[in-house]
Design a protein. Structure first.
Length: 157
């Protein structure tokens, strides 16, 4: 059963993701040279959030903050990347397949973040799809960035 997502609903990084960043932060802190990285990882992983509001969502993760305005999105896709390796690599990406939510705005800007790092990411994806009224397209990695499937025209060609 999925809970109803409302304005102000907030999602944190999944517990296993927070744990991996905490452990790697402590290991980096042992070396004085990597202490700034350790502090950044610890703070970023603890403050990471995805918050919905009336017009979109704000994603604060390891790479900074992104604003997604649902009314500005033209295309929405999911990029699944298989994680090779095990243990911490799988945990930090939220599972054996890293699920990335990608979007293109009407102005052509590409937005992307790792959805599978967040708790209940399937619920987040369902809410974004309902709110934007856009189909979730399956995209793949391209030579540079994301490779989108060709757009379907109204005539189906």
């Amino acid at each position: 059963m999925t809970a109803e997502v409302t304005v102000g609903t907030s999602y944190r990084f999944a517990p296993q993701v927070r744990t991996v960043f905490a452990v790697t932060s402590v290991l980096c802190a042992i070396l004085v040279v990597t202490l700034p990285i350790a502090i950044w990882w610890m703070l970023s992983s603890r403050t990471a959030r995805l918050v919905f509001d009336a017009t979109g969502m704000t994603v604060r993760g390891m790479g900074g903050t992104q604003r997604w305005e649902f009314g500005e999105l033209e295309r929405l896709g999911i990029l699944a990347i298989e994680i090779r390796g095990g243990g911490p690599l799988v945990a930090v990406n939220g599972g054996a397949t890293a699920m990335n939510l990608v979007g293109i705005t009407r102005s052509g800007k590409t937005l992307k973040f790792m959805l599978s790092r967040f708790e209940r990411w399937e619920e987040i994806l369902a809410h974004v799809e309902r709110s934007t009224k856009l189909p979730i397209e399956s995209v793949r990695r391209g030579l540079v960035g994301v490779a989108w499937p060709p757009k379907q025209t109204a005539g189906g060609a």
